[in-house]
Design a protein around this ligand. Structure first.
Ligand SMILES: Nc1ncnc2c1ncn2[C@@H]1O[C@H](COP(=O)(O)OP(=O)(O)OP(=O)(O)O)[C@@H](O)[C@H]1O
Length: 654
């Protein structure tokens, strides 16, 4: 049996898997860890020791009605991670991702008990901004090239004191390190754009984190969704990185042997408890001490999971399997947990953890020296500028959304113009036709905005990741998102539509009337879009958000006072009119078009105010008119504030 201590230098000595005698890896790359701080734009790396001491993690689980109970996900986990490749493995639901998130400071601290130390000091507040975390999904902007994505990360995550030249140098260096030079100027790709390959995409995700030279790099299941060859390439690359002085910690489900042999350290979890933590090459020895021997040609990770799951048939010889076909799996969880606690690997771990913890206590514990508090690397203004540049690029390279919204507005305007071309202003019927135009215009302002509902749904993962990793503040993202949605997709179509429809239908003459009409269309559109933004931040599923929105619009129309008189609604429901965007938009347009106007023909004139009286609206005073604009502006503001609060809340509850 080998020595169970697992120092960072282990890997450099050569790793021998004697049990399977399959291969011996002699690692030639030498660890050359330079000690410089992250986020300084330096090219040197910075391997740190991350230690977890007696970590418990609880979540609140709601019973679906009113009560919530605490559920324990991780129990008393201690671990020490040093330079090298540290894998967290275990059956599905064993707590790998939860533990990785706890280590990276990405879980709500209220549910975490125990100590997390970086180089013997408590991890700084906002630790998640200091480390690199590569999530399972793609979180790079598909419309940008690899280089542009890295430049975006560098512009926001390296401090302003790092010059543009140094930043470009850092980007080029990461591109070179990751072997992405060939595709550096190719777009990453999305559902509309054919981009780089899966392996290059994964490396691009990793590169976004490497820009800041993080002391610890976390990866959540880095091989998921990759073919065997690409998975190998990515892990080989990570191993190379670790040899340059990085602490790399990742969760992985069931790797094949060629990948497993690249690991330096292994943490095996079962039901949120440690069943093994030590050098990866000694894990088979531990299982053997517990009476489980891995068969020749069996893959160690498969073997570990079979034992933990209690599927001993998978481990027995052929005859035993035949005899044992009907037996149920019996979990070996308790046996392994107890076995590990008594093992020399645990003793070694405990003494190492204890040494780090004593150093922490002798430095004054939580009150002693701490790491510097990590904040955003760049100012609010810079964040807005960089995000705006990305949004412009995104808009120009992916013009489909803007094109469809503006195009459909144009089409609708032309259609209305053709149907209601140069309406008369003499008969009751002309007035009725004008009412029809106003109704269709407001309907259009509501329903054509439904595209806004995808604004935060589409980019949810990207926003969550970037915000948690300290790229930018919620406020910077929110402002840029609004400006780049409201101006091209709400303001431009409203202006175009007003210009086309107003004159072709021949609505009420007068420049003041025209501009008030345009303002009303825009503000109706804005209020509707703000409702979409709120729903989009609250609801994750596009179809559910759309259905909720359609239902809200129908209710707004129903309680808008144009399809049914307010006194017929009943007091207990009539208050709903005050939430109707439809009502405010329609009332303002009606007042512009009909107030104090006479429709005359050769024989008689009739007072268009009767149209306003019939719809039971207040129109006499100036305030009666402007209150509709104030209401639309107020609704937009409240909806935006609620949306902003929800975006901030989203960040905390992940
Ligand atoms: N917020 C939560 N609410 C309720 N249960 C949770 C929550 N988060 C995690 N769990 C439970 O904790 C356990 C561990 O989850 P986790 O995602 O960490 O497991 P995992 O090992 O990463 O699983 P997989 O390999 O399937 O991704 C699971 O049983 C999961 O259902």
């Amino acid at each position: 049996m080998q020595n169970p201590s697992f120092s960072p230098g282990d890997a450099e000595l050569g790793v021998k898997y004697s049990k399977n005698d399959v291969s011996e890896i002699a690692i030639s790359e030498t660890g050359n860890a330079g000690k410089k701080s992250a986020r300084n734009g330096s090219t040197s790396c910075n391997a740190s020791v991350l230690s977890a001491h007696n970590i418990d993690y609880w979540v609140k689980v709601s019973d679906g009605c009113c009560k919530s109970t605490d559920k324990q996900i991780l129990t008393n986990i201690s671990a020490v991670f040093k330079q090298g490749m540290s894998a967290i493995m275990g059956p599905t639901g064993s707590g790998k991702s939860s533990f990785l998130d706890v280590l990276a400071g990405r879980k709500d601290p209220a549910g975490v008990k125990g100590h997390l130390l970086l180089d013997g000091k408590p991890v700084p507040e906002n630790f998640k901004c200091m480390v690199g975390y590569v999530v399972q999904d793609d979180v790079v902007m598909g419309t940008l090239t690899v280089r542009e994505n890295f430049a975006f990360s560098a512009a926001l995550r390296l401090p302003s004191s790092v010059s543009g030249k140094e930043r470009d140098g850092r980007v080029s260096e990461v591109i070179r390190d990751l072997g992405l030079a060939r595709c550096a100027d190719t777009k990453v790709g999305n559902e509309f754009i054919r981009g780089i390959s899966g392996g290059e995409r994964k490396r691009c995700n990793i590169g976004m984190e490497l820009i800041i030279s993080p002391p610890v790099l976390f990866l959540d299941e880095p091989t998921t969704g990759l073919d065997a060859n690409t998975a190998n390439t990515v892990l080989m690359f990570l191993r190379k990185l670790s040899r340059k002085g990085r602490t790399i910690i990742f969760s992985i489900h069931q790797p094949r042997f060629s990948i497993y042999r690249l690991f330096d350290n292994l943490l095996l979890l079962s039901q949120g408890v440690t069943v093994y933590h030590g050098p990866a090459r000694q894990a088979l020895d531990f299982f053997q001490t517990q009476g489980f021997t891995c068969q020749e040609h069996n893959n160690p990770p498969d073997f570990f999971l079979d034992v933990i799951n209690g599927d001993l048939r998978a481990l027995a010889d052929d005859q035993a399997v035949d005899e044992d076909l009907d037996s149920e799996p019996v979990s070996q969880h308790d046996k392994l947990v107890e076995g590990f606690q008594k093992s020399q690997w645990n003793q070694s771990l405990q003494s190492e953890a204890k040494a780090i913890f004593s150093q922490f206590e002798s430095n004054g514990g939580n009150k002693g020296t701490r790491h510097d508090k990590i904040d955003y690397a760049t100012s609010f203004g810079r964040q807005v500028g960089v995000l705006a540049l990305r949004s412009v690029r995104n808009l120009v390279r992916n013009p489909a959304t803007a094109g469809i919204t503006i195009g459909s507005s144009l089409l609708f305007s032309i259609l209305i113009s053709a149907i209601f071309w140069q309406l008369g202003s003499s008969t009751d019927r002309d007035a009725a036709d004008r009412e029809g135009v106003l109704f269709f215009l407001i309907m259009n302002q509501l329903f054509f905005n439904m595209s806004a509902v995808e604004i935060f749904i589409n980019e949810r993962k990207l926003f969550m990741h970037e915000n948690m990793s300290g790229f930018y503040r919620v406020s910077s993202y929110f402002i840029v998102k609004l400006v780049f949605d409201i101006i091209p997709l709400r303001m431009v179509p409203a202006i175009l539509m007003s210009c086309i429809v107003y004159f072709s239908v021949d609505l009420r003459p007068g420049a003041d009337n025209f501009f008030l009409f345009m303002l009303c269309l825009f503000m109706t559109c804005l209020a509707a879009a703000c409702l979409c933004f709120l729903l989009s931040s609250l609801i994750r599923v596009f179809s559910v958000a759309q259905l909720t929105l359609a239902l809200s619009y129908v209710l707004m129309m129903l309680f808008g006072g144009f399809l049914i008189q307010f006194d017929s609604i009943g007091d207990w429901l009539s208050w709903l009119q005050y939430f109707s965007i439809f009502k405010y938009g329609m009332t303002a347009l009606y007042i512009i078009e009909f107030k104090d106007r006479e429709f005359c023909n050769a024989t008689a004139c009739f007072d268009a105010n009767s149209r306003l009286d019939r719809s039971d609206m207040d129109y006499e005073t100036t305030w009666d008119f402007w209150q509709n604009y104030v209401a639309l502006a107020g609704m937009s503001l409240i909806l935006l504030i609620l949306c902003y609060i929800q975006l901030r809340r989203m960040k905390k509850t992940t």
